[in-house]
Each structure stands twice: as C-alpha cells, then as structure tokens.
Design a protein around this ligand. Structure first.
Ligand code: SF4
Length: 378
C-alpha cells in the first residue's frame, strides 16, 4: 500500500518586535535564544524522523513559518534545511516555502536560500500603504516589499506569495483596491488576503477597547473581500480557497494539505501536527521546548485521537473552503452524524453552500461568511 505524502511545518518563533494585531506564540529575537533554538530544532528533526517517518513516506512540502523565519541567519536556515534533507525523504518536486518579512532579507540571502533548495518565498506585505502599516504597528515599509520581490526574482524564485490583510484600522475600500493594484504590478504567483480579526490580549484589542483605534467594520470587510475576488479574478488569479488566490498551477501545496485533511508534522514550539488520525501539539514555550529536547524527549504537550466522525467533520469543514469542495455525500453523512440536517438544509436553501454534480462547496456568498458557517457545522 502506498502511504499518503506528508507535509512538514517548522515554526520559527522569533520576530524583531510584535505587531499590534499578532497573537501568535513568539519571542523577540536575540542571538543566544536563536542559537539555542536551532540546536533544539535540529534535535527535534532527528527524533521526529526516527519516531514518525515510515519507510516510503515522502515529504511533499516543507513550510518554514512563524514568527519570522528570516529573523534567523541564513546559515541557520540552511543548516535546518540540510538536517531535514538528511533525516526525511523529500519528494522529487518537494515544495519548500520560507516566510519572510521583507525588511529581513537581502538579495544575497535570497540567492543562498534558492541554492539551498527553497522553491517558494512568501513575503508578509500586509498592505501597500505605509500609513496602514504604521496604524497596525507593523515594522517595515512598502518599498521594502517591492525591493524584496525584485530581489527574489533576481535570485531565481519564480513562485512568490504576498500575504495581505484587509479591514485595517482607517483603511478605506479605495485604499485596499490601491494595495491590490500595487501588488499586481509586482506579479506574484500567489496572494493570501486575510480579513483582520481582533485577537484578545493584543495591543490592537486594547487600543480598540480604549477608543484609540476603530473596530473592524464587517460590512466594509465584506466589500473588500468582494473587491479582491473581482480584481484578482480579472487579473487571472483563481480563488482556490477562502483567503487564497493563485495563478494556475501555483496553489500552495502545503496549505492544501490542511484543507484536504492531509497529514503534516509540525516542529518547533507551539507547532501542531496531524498524523494517523491524531492531532498533537508542541509546548508553546521556548524554555520548556529547549529543556525537553536537551533530554532527548519530543516536546509534545497534548494528543487527541479523532474518531471517524471527527475526522469526517474536519474534512467537511476545511474542504468546504476549497473551490474544489468535498463529495456531497460527506456533507450529508456529517450532518447525520451530528444532528445537523436542518442546519445543512438551510445553508443549501440560502445558497451559502452549493451542490454541483457530486460535490459541494461554499458559494461565492458563503465564502464571505466562511467562519460563521464553519461554526454552524462544528
Ligand atoms: S511579523 Fe508576523 S509573526 Fe511577527 S509579530 Fe508581526 S504578525 Fe506576528
């Protein structure tokens, strides 16, 4: 029996400073911390490979996310990639993505990453207006994104993503349309467009509570989402998932694993895994992570074995977000398992979910309400 491919996610938990809206687990970058972390991560790569990689199970995608992976020195990133290659069997055309903050990279670094086998760069642009970046406490400037994309191309990258956020404090529909137009001028192969959500315990949440910043306007976010669909669709990008647009052939293979209920192994503090029907996660604390690996113990904190019904539930909820959708009988089986027949019928009648042939997916209107619908089906 051929085993399904596996994805590998590495969480690099460092940033130079925390953006106002960010609730991810991270530490402010310091040389000593980074060196200790890289030692631990290399140990985790070795131990995980012994524990989880069955013979013949190829890695189809490697994703270095964070945090800011490029807060590490390029030599450290290359050492991590080399360790992965030594211990995990990478598929021939393995997609290897590195997330980067545009201000943390140079043409020389990009060239070294390309030579080290990285196939895809993902730049956190967030907006193409400096005033937006200032209002969300995001370090860096728009011209650094423009330079980073040019340098990535010069270094040989042909697969480039830009991450954007919309519904930012003070951002207008016209401003968002301008950001999209400026991104299109850079001709990335992929764009991720996320609606700003306000997470508890962030500076942004405090600012909104104290009246120093406006709360996101849901109606405006819906208009911005529609604008993105229109502008990017006209420019030849396919919306293959609620927040993701790609030129044909450039959908992110690693992220598709998440939405198709594929399996992945997450390494690094706070990283999550899904393997053999079990979800498990690493401790979200760098000191505890380092201590565990110093004793040659994997830093796993919790394990949840999913029942068949729960596996189907997750496949339905994630899969509906995709343009390719899910088999319709999975939707109805999930509804029967959890007593959701009337909820599902209403979503179909309201045309938030559409059936086409044997498959079901969120309709264009349903994609605007994806998180609400997921909540109703959970
Ligand atoms: S760069 Fe990304 S991970 Fe780091 S603080 Fe900002 S949003 Fe969070």
């Amino acid at each position: 029996m051929t085993l399904p491919p596996l994805g590998l996610y590495l969480h690099i938990p460092f940033c130079r400073q925390r953006c106002d809206f960010c609730a991810f687990y991270l530490e402010i970058h310091r040389e000593g911390r980074a060196e200790a972390f890289v030692r631990s991560l290399i140990q985790e790569i070795r131990l995980s490979a012994q524990e989880y990689v069955a013979a013949g199970r190829n890695i189809q995608s490697v994703y270095l996310g964070g945090g800011t992976p490029t807060a590490l020195a390029t030599t450290q990133l290359l050492a991590i990639l080399s360790e992965i290659r030594t211990h995990f069997p990478l598929a021939l055309y393995c997609e290897i993505t590195v997330e980067a903050h545009p201000s943390t990279i140079s043409e020389q670094h990009l060239a070294q990453l390309r030579q080290g086998g990285v196939t895809r760069m993902s730049f956190g642009a967030e907006s193409m207006e400096d005033s937006d970046l200032t209002r969300i406490g995001r370090p860096g400037a728009v011209h650094q994104t423009i330079i980073a994309v040019d340098q990535a191309r010069a270094a040989g990258f042909t697969n480039i993503n830009l991450d954007l956020m919309y519904g930012l404090p003070g951002q207008s529909l016209k401003g968002w349309q301008g950001t999209l137009a400026r991104c299109l001028a850079l001709a990335p192969t992929h764009l991720s467009c996320y609606a700003l959500t306000v997470e508890e315990d962030t500076k942004l949440a405090t600012d909104i509570r104290r009246g120093r910043s406006p709360a996101p306007d849901e109606g405006l976010q819906i208009d911005m989402d529609k604008a993105a669909q229109q502008i990017l669709g006209d420019a030849g990008y396919e919306r293959y998932e609620v927040s993701n647009y790609a030129k044909p052939g450039y959908a992110c293979r690693h992220n598709l694993l998440y939405w198709t209920n594929g399996e992945y192994l997450g390494l690094g503090p706070s990283a999550q895994s899904y393997l053999n029907g079990t979800r498990f996660g690493n401790v979200a604390d760098l000191a505890a992570y380092n201590a565990s690996l110093a004793e040659s113990r994997l830093p796993i904190e919790d394990h949840t074995k999913l029942s068949e019904e729960e596996q189907l539930r997750d496949a339905v909820i994630f899969g509906l977000r995709l343009i390719q959708g899910i088999p319709t009988h999975h939707l109805h089986q999930h509804a029967a398992n959890y007593g959701l027949a009337s909820v599902t019928a209403r979503l179909l009648t309201d045309q938030l979910i559409e059936e086409e042939g044997e498959r079901s997916r969120l309709s264009a209107r349903g994609r605007l309400l994806a998180d609400t619908i997921a909540g109703q089906l959970y």
